[in-house]
Write a protein that binds this ligand. Sequence first.
Ligand SMILES: C[S@@+](CC[C@H](N)C(=O)[O-])C[C@H]1O[C@@H](n2cnc3c(N)ncnc32)[C@H](O)[C@@H]1O
Ligand code: SF4
Length: 454
Amino acid sequence: MGFGVYIHWPFCLSKCPYCDFYKEVKKNVPQEEIIAEYKHELDFYYQYTSENIVSSIFFGGGTPSLMKPENVAALIDYIASKWKTVPDIEISLEANPNSDYPEMFADLRRAGINRLSLGVQALNDADLRFLGRTHNLKQAYQAIDGVLQNFDNHSLDLIYARPQQKLSDWEKELAQAASFGMKHLSLYQLTIEEGTVFARKGIKALDEDAAREMYLFTEDYLADKKIYKYEVSNYARSGYASRHNLLYWTGQDYIGVGPSAHGRFCFSGFKGNLEQKPRDRKISRTSLYAENFSPLVSTLSSTLKPEKTCLEGEPEQEPRDWKISRTSLYAENFSPLVSTLSSTLKPEKRCLEGEPEQEPRNRKYYASTYNCQLEELSQAERAEELLLMGLRLAEGIDKKLFAENCGLDFDGFVDRERLKYLSDAGVLIDTPQNIRATREGFLVLNEIIEQLCP
Ligand SMILES: C[S@@+](CC[C@H](N)C(=O)[O-])C[C@H]1O[C@@H](n2cnc3c(N)ncnc32)[C@H](O)[C@@H]1O
Ligand code: SF4
C-alpha cells in the first residue's frame, strides 16, 4: 500500500478570480520559519505513522513553486530522514508559469522533485487575462519547455468550459495541449465558486449542454491519442496516473501538512491522547489555517444526505433529464484528495507493518485536520469517503477491497433499490465484484453519489 505526504504552500502572487482554494497573497513570506513549523507537524504525524513507507510527496498550493528550491529540498530530506521511502518515490510539485527565475525547473529537479505539474489554465492570451492569470501565453510556452527539458514525468492543468468558449475553440486548445508530450493532463471545467470574484461579478458558467459536449469530446479525443481518463478530470498516458492523487481516490493513507491540508491514516497502538497537539502553536500560524477550511468529515455528512426528491417511490425525473452537474466534473479542493485498486489496496498491508494483523472492524482510521487535530472516523464515515472518492475513478470501486477497507459490505451499505435504479438507468455498472460509473454516469456523478449513500 502507499503512504503519501501532502505539503500545502498557501502563498500566491495574486488571487485568481475563480479560485477558492486556501491561499494568501503575501510578500516577504518568512519561508524558513514556516518550514520549521512544517517540520514540527511532520514530527507530530511521525508518532503515528513511523512504520509507514512513504511512496509519494506532493507540494500543492497555493503556489509551491514560490518556495525556494533549497526549502523544498529541506522538506524532502527531512521526510526521508524520518520515514523509509520507496525507491521509486513520486515527488510532485505544482508550479505556475509566472516565474522570472529561469533556472527554477532545473533547481526544483535538483531539489528532488521528479514530477512537475504546471498550471497553465488556458492556451490563449485573451482567456489567460479573463482567468486573471499573471502569466501570458509566451510565458506558458517557456514554462512548458522548461518542464519538458527538466522532467520526465509532468502534467498540465487547463480550465475549460469558459463562458463564451466554443467546442471548436476547445478542440484546438486540447489538440495543442495533447501535442506537447506531457504525460498527464488535469482538465477542469470552470466552476463558479461562492465567494470568488467571478461569483461576485455574476459570471456564469458555460451552459451545461455545451459543457457536457466538451467533456465527452475531451475523453474521446484524448483516448485516440492514448491519453486515458482515469479520474473524472484527470487523463494520463499509460503508467503516468498521479500516484499521490490515487492515494486519495483509493482510500490509502496520507498525511497533510500546512494550512487547509488534511490527512487520513490507519493507526493502532498509540496509548496517549489522540486529541493532543504537538506543542503550543503560535496564533499567527493558526490564523493561516482558519480561512476556507472545511474538514471532509463534516462536508461529507452535510453534502451526502440522500435527496429525498428523486428515486423515492416514483422517480420524479428520468435519468436522461438529470442536469449535468458541473461540480461533478471538478475535483473540489482535492488537489490532494486520489489505478489500480486491485494492486494497491491489499488489506493485510493497510496497517502499520510490524503491528499484529487486525480484523478490518478493529482497525482505526483517523482524519487529521489543520493544526494536527485527529479525529477517529466511524466505519460509515470511512465507507462514505471510499464511495465518494472511488466512484471518481474510471475503474470504480472493488467491492471486496471496500469491505476490507472499512469493514462494511458494499451492497449492505448502499441503498440497493437506488443502486438497481441507477444501473437500469445506465449510469452505473454494478457487478458482484465492482461498481463504476458509465460514460454518461460521469456526467451526473454527484447525483449518483448522493443517491447511493444511505
Ligand atoms: C488551486 S490550483 C493550484 C495550482 C496553481 N496555483 C495554479 O494556479 O496553477 C489547482 C488547480 O485547480 C484548478 N481550479 C481551481 N479553481 C478552479 C475553478 N473554479 N474551476 C475549475 N478549476 C479550478 C486549476 O486548474 C488549478 O490548476
Ligand atoms: S489558481 Fe493557483 S495561483 Fe490562482 S489563486 Fe488559486 S492557487 Fe493561487
